[in-house]
Design a protein around this ligand. Structure first.
Ligand code: HEM
Length: 126
């Protein structure tokens, strides 16, 4: 149980870090800031998101609830894919700043949905 609590703590910490970095990078994207290309800005999110994903997977195993078995985890994983795709459009692939900003806002809405799904353990938490 202590192990579960520690993993959940790691999961929540990495969620806070990923959220902060994504908001920051979005602001830099809108401001056309060169900081977006800084090495640590390109590397740190990958390290953090690997920890975020691994801790989520470990929690799922300890909880005995799995994507494609339990609805809320299936919804969360599909939302995660949408968040990743929207995130790459927001920070890289969007052709105009308007497109990138729209993708950034949509990604933040998907992120909020994932938090709500995780808290309610329900695919439709509203
Ligand atoms: C951006 C990605 C993610 C976000 C925003 C997120 C969000 C959250 C939040 C807010 C909680 C705490 C819920 C509570 O209050 O009890 C949580 C717990 C959890 N998450 Fe994630 N998560 C993400 C990725 C993942 C992934 C990829 C998996 C697994 C494949 C996962 C599996 C879990 C599990 C099993 C719990 C434990 C639920 C519980 O203890 O009741 N998460 N997540």
């Amino acid at each position: 149980m202590a192990y579960y609590a520690a993993l959940k703590h790691l999961h929540l910490t990495t969620i806070a870090v990923t959220f902060t970095l994504f908001v920051l990078r979005g602001v830099w994207m809108m401001a056309d800031s060169p900081r977006l290309q800084a090495r640590w800005v390109r590397v740190l999110p990958h390290i953090n998101d690997t920890l975020l994903f691994s801790s989520g997977l470990a929690l799922a195993i300890l909880l005995g609830q799995y994507p494609f078995v339990d609805g809320w985890l299936t919804a969360k994983l599909i939302a995660l894919l949408a968040y990743i795709v929207l995130g790459t459009f927001a920070l890289k692939r969007g052709k105009t700043r308007g497109q990138r900003t729209a993708a950034w806002i949509a990604a933040l809405l998907v992120f909020a949905y994932m938090v709500a799904v995780a808290r309610a353990h329900a695919p439709w938490p509203f």
